[in-house]
Design a protein around this ligand. Structure first.
Ligand code: NOJ
Length: 546
């Protein structure tokens, strides 16, 4: 594969509402991101993805954009944004924004015009349909629960389509004028100095035929992901995005393409694909079915291992990936991927770090992952902020689960788990703000915080720093080297190698049993325990330079 600048980067994701608040309103802001650039530089980050900061009614925390070229005033101004771009650059960090163009906000001028005037040109920017025999145009369930169709206020038997919440009407990509507006907007931002995009829900932009399916839930609706995303024909939209926007700049793009099959990833990444790299969710959602919190699965480590191997091998054939275990939509990985509670601690956090960070691709760390942050357990549904937590709770009750069980499901899966404010110190409110944050804090902040970890050589933070340095010192192998499964003589262990001008062997024991392995010749360059004696201790993870 041709080498590109973005392959060597160390990615980091910021959830700006919860990173750092500088004007003490309890909500993070762009000046807060600027203030903490030194911290990111200290860690070794070189590519920053910042979740949406555009103007928005914030129904879905910025994934409902009302102006693609304005900044939400609570976050700051366009000048702040320019300063962030420049200050990041000075520290060797390039900035990716979030590109949210499957849908916008119902408060966006385009949508407001479209519902005000049926003859407006904006009518064709969205998807409107008449009901059929007094029923909805079809019985698909939206990602956040309820129908994908919402009645248009003031119009009889007319609906608009929304993949996510009803406040997030889908844009009609079949409309050439709409596509042009989006492409122009992308180009303007790239010219402004951002170096790329994380591309939200982009595999939803083409819709399948709006037909009814057999209902599969107590709500009478049907999960129709196969008709809602990765629909054939989408590659034409991808091609236009690539040729008329991305290819005009030396930019880096990462697609959020949940549910994309390996048979079609060549449309997503690689020579023919639209994006530089992709987040592969095939190994991040093993704990639930259809991303529905109450449909829990008893996943196994073996299954996790096979899913990671498969992802690596399939993407390697075609293009570049972006390994990750956490983001703002997922629970914290130490609870999701570590089955034994007593190891949901710094040992577990480091083991998972070793596992994902050495995979082939550009790794992305989610804020707080480098501290080993756990989930934030809540005792009542009222303590949750996220709209999806509430919707999943209701659906779970509707499916017959008790209040207690439903709360447990939400605690395990809620997106709020990852959205709590960044704990900078053990000061009140974790040094995030001087007032109570917008979302209930993670109670672990007095112990799990940056100040405690930054100078402690044994902390999770220092371990991440070491992993980053190792990658930077061994680019030929840890960036460009091939991924291969490695047979360590024990099927219970996750083991793979990276092969370039050197060879690194990665061995991870995700169990509380000791695991014997064949002896490995070489030097141990990373270890989440002090010693290693040819038997991996519970949740021990090592990297060997062979
Ligand atoms: C995926 C984003 O990551 C998530 O936070 C958001 O709610 C949906 N897309 C809708 O934009």
């Amino acid at each position: 594969m041709e080498r590109k600048w973005w392959m060597e980067q160390i990615g980091y994701q910021i959830y700006p509402k919860s990173f750092k608040d500088t004007n003490n309103d309890g909500i993070g802001d762009i000046p807060g991101n600027i203030e903490k650039l030194d911290y990111l530089q200290e860690l070794g980050v070189t590519l920053l993805w910042i979740c949406p900061v555009y103007d928005s009614p914030m129904f879905d925390n910025g994934y409902d954009i009302s102006n693609y070229e304005g900044i939400w005033p609570t976050f700051g101004t366009m000048e702040d944004m320019d300063t962030l771009i420049q200050e990041a650059k000075k520290r060797g960090i390039s900035l990716m924004m979030d590109l949210v163009v499957n849908h916008c906000s119902d408060q966006h001028e385009w949508f407001q015009q479209a519902i005000k005037d049926k003859n407006s040109k904006y009518r064709n920017y969205f998807i409107f349909k008449k009901g059929i025999d007094g029923k909805l145009p079809c019985n698909w369930r939206s990602v956040f629960g309820g129908s994908v169709w919402e009645p248009v206020p003031g119009e009889e038997d007319t609906y608009y389509y929304h993949t996510f919440a009803k406040q997030q009407p889908d844009l009609n990509w079949e409309c050439p004028e709409l596509r042009q507006e989006i492409i122009d907007m992308i180009n303007r931002w790239l010219e402004r100095g951002i170096t790329g995009y994380r591309v939200d829900a982009i595999n939803f932009i083409k819709k399948g035929e709006f037909i009814d399916r057999e209902p599969d839930g107590a709500d009478g609706l049907a999960n129709c992901f196969d008709l809602m995303r990765n629909v054939p024909g989408i590659e034409e939209f991808y091609a236009q995005l690539r040729h008329e926007a991305f290819d005009l700049h030396e930019c880096a793009t990462v697609s959020e393409t949940v549910g994309v099959g390996y048979d079609i990833i060549d449309t997503v990444v690689g020579e023919k694909g639209c994006f530089s790299m992709m987040f592969d969710f095939n190994y991040t959602n093993l704990d639930v079915e259809n991303e529905e919190y109450f449909r829990r699965r008893d996943w196994t480590v073996d299954e996790f291992k096979k899913a990671i191997y498969l992802s690596q091998k399939e993407i390697q054939k075609v293009g570049w990936s972006s390994p990750f275990f956490e983001n703002h939509d997922l629970p914290r990985s130490i609870q999701k991927n570590i089955k034994d509670e007593e190891y949901q601690n710094e040992i577990g956090a480091k083991a998972l770090g070793v596992l994902f960070f050495h995979l082939r691709g550009t790794p992305f760390i989610y804020q707080g992952q480098e501290l080993g942050m756990p989930n934030a357990i809540r005792s009542s549904i009222d303590e949750f902020d996220d709209l999806n937590a509430h919707s999943m709770y209701q659906r779970s009750l509707q499916e017959g689960f008790s209040e207690e069980e439903s709360l447990r499901f939400v605690n395990l899966r809620s997106r709020d788990n990852a959205r709590t404010s960044m704990p900078w110190s053990n000061a009140p409110y974790g040094g995030f703000s001087s007032v109570e944050p917008w979302i209930k804090m993670n109670e672990t902040y007095p112990t799990i915080n940056v100040e405690n970890q930054i100078n402690d050589p044994n902390s999770v933070f220092s371990f991440y720093k070491q992993m980053i340095q190792l990658r930077k010192d061994n680019v030929e192998t840890l960036v460009y080297g091939l991924f291969e499964e490695y047979d360590c003589g024990n099927q219970e262990v996750i083991s793979y190698s990276r092969n370039g001008d050197k060879k690194f062997i990665i061995l991870v024991n995700l169990s509380k049993e000791e695991q014997k392995i064949n002896s490995v010749d070489g030097k141990i360059v990373l270890n989440n325990y002090d010693t290693f004696d040819n038997t991996l201790k519970p949740y021990q993870a090592i990297v060997v330079e062979a």
